[in-house]
Design a protein around this ligand. Structure first.
Ligand code: MN
Length: 197
């Protein structure tokens, strides 16, 4: 099996009240699991089964005949990455190298936070908001559906899932409130610093 469903790095209720146990139960246990299961089914017999996930994403990106593989493998990667970007008691101003780099590359923490929130709000339909390292500089970007910076040779440092399944049980249509809650309370800046190092 090329892909596995990782355990959440915290208890299902650990991110409450910002993300409920019920949301994580469905988001990790049903949605993420389905991407992993579908990816493994679609990879059978392709010769890619044992490849590294990031390598598979780069290999099939842009190939219309393998869009199903791309969608499921990229979504499996994006979700595994998303869980590690969160922690209870996180969010707010970062420390360390990323704090300095945000000031240099993006102006200020406030500008960064606004930009990340805006990327998530303005992603029409399903997708992801990201902080990435591109040509040595921090950038905020958004991707649609399963698309991922990995497919474009850009290094992801942080992501927020803005598919409706990420927030609908807790916030219904209030995607901006979900984004604000994650930014203020859940981002694991130690993890982001480790990606930057
Ligand atoms: Mn999701």
């Amino acid at each position: 099996m090329a892909l596995t469903l990782p355990d959440l790095p915290y208890a299902k209720n650990a991110l409450e009240p910002h993300i409920s146990a019920k949301t994580l139960e469905f988001h990790h246990g049903k949605h993420h699991k389905a991407y992993v299961d579908n990816a493994n089914k679609l990879l059978e017999g392709t010769g890619l089964e044992k490849e590294d996930t990031e390598k598979i994403i780069k290999e099939v990106a842009g190939d219309a005949s393998r869009i199903g593989i791309f969608n499921n493998v990229a979504q499996a990667w994006n979700h595994s990455f998303f869980w590690t970007c969160l922690k209870p008691g996180g969010g707010g101003r970062p420390t360390g190298q990323v704090a300095k780099k945000i000031e240099v590359d993006l102006g200020s923490y406030e500008k960064f936070a606004e930009s990340l929130k805006n990327a998530g709000i303005t992603q029409f339909g399903s997708g992801w908001a990201w902080l990435v390292l591109k040509e040595g500089k921090l950038e905020v970007m958004k991707t649609a559906n399963a698309d991922t910076p990995i497919a474009h040779g850009i290094k992801p440092l942080l992501t927020i899932d803005v598919w409706e399944h990420a927030y609908y049980l807790d916030y219904q249509n209030r995607r901006p409130d979900f984004l604000q809650a994650v930014i203020d309370n859940l981002i694991d800046w130690d993890f982001v610093n480790s990606r930057l190092a």
